[in-house]
Design a protein around this ligand. Structure first.
Ligand code: B12
Length: 219
């Protein structure tokens, strides 16, 4: 039954049916499914299909936008549950999507998961310039800055931000992510870490500030 409902939820995201997506998310929560499972097994697989269809020119920007809207409406229901842990004291993370890039679904999930693991997260939103990152890092005395980029044309901007951080000798760990980013790219631009998804982003953030033991650190 829940497997079918999760499949229906994926389909609602694919179809961009916001009302259905919200209804099914609530139904799964009522049935006792935890928010992380709904995200991983319902919403994300739906968005994956949207990505493939967009890539293959089967659907176009307007359809992707309505799918993103459906996904975001469901995420809004999951956020307070994912953020419930509130284990304060892990550290402060500044996060944002870099300049020129407006993709924020993945970045929002990473922010949500970090909050649920006790990090204090300041989300600078989308299309974020280096100055904005630097100002926030200094103002909040942040331990970590996380940058997201979904476009091959914007991923290079991460290096601009890292170079600025180095120029100003700011002591902050940099983690990067987003679909086109790889560990090799992260190393090349001088980031301290890369994570391929939100779960690994949390492990990475913890390892960057020395919370976990060596065996648990992310490659
Ligand atoms: C949804 C979407 C859109 C939506 C965005 C809505 C929104 N509010 O975010 C809209 C319609 C606005 C859009 C616009 C465009 N898009 Co678009 N979009 C997508 C799509 C289908 C899904 C992205 C997504 O949300 N994925 C789901 C999330 C959960 O995954 P994620 O973002 O990868 O995040 C996870 C990890 O990467 C990681 N992560 C992410 N951020 C971070 C940060 C840190 C610090 C860490 C550690 C980890 C981490 O954790 C996340 C959670 O697990 C992708 C396809 C794809 N396969 O990625 C194309 C895609 C990214 N878009 C693409 C393109 C071309 C565009 C446009 C240029 C289209 C156009 N012609 O106008 C514009 C660009 C606008 C701009 N200036 O940014 C291309 C990019 C190609 C390229 N090589 O650069 C893609 C790959 C589609 C394709 N195959 O052609 N898009």
């Amino acid at each position: 039954m829940t497997v079918e409902l999760l499949k229906e939820l994926s389909d609602a995201v694919i179809d961009g049916n916001k009302d259905k997506s919200v209804e099914l998310t609530n139904k799964l929560l009522d049935l006792g499914m935890n928010a992380k499972d709904i995200l991983d097994n319902g919403l994300l697989p739906g968005m994956e299909v949207v990505g493939i269809r967009f890539r293959d020119n089967i659907i176009f920007v307007p359809q992707v936008l309505i799918s993103a809207r459906a996904m975001k409406s469901s995420l809004a229901l999951l956020e307070p549950l994912l953020s419930k842990a509130e284990l304060k004291g892990s550290g402060t993370v500044i996060i944002g999507t870099v300049k020129g890039d407006i993709h924020d679904i993945g970045k929002n999930i990473v922010a949500m998961m970090l909050r649920s693991s006790g990090f204090s997260v300041i989300d600078l939103g989308i299309d974020t310039r280096a100055e904005k990152f630097l100002d926030a890092i200094k103002k909040e005395n942040a331990e970590i800055v996380g940058m997201s980029a979904l476009l091959t044309t914007t991923m290079g901007y991460m290096k601009t931000v890292i170079d600025r951080i180095k120029e100003e000798n700011i002591l902050v760990k940099v983690m990067v992510g987003g679909a086109p980013i790889s560990k090799a790219f992260a190393d090349q631009i001088g980031a301290d870490g890369y994570a391929k998804n939100a779960t690994d982003a949390v492990k990475l953030a913890k390892s960057l500030i020395g919370i976990v033991t060596k065996e648990e650190t992310v490659e």
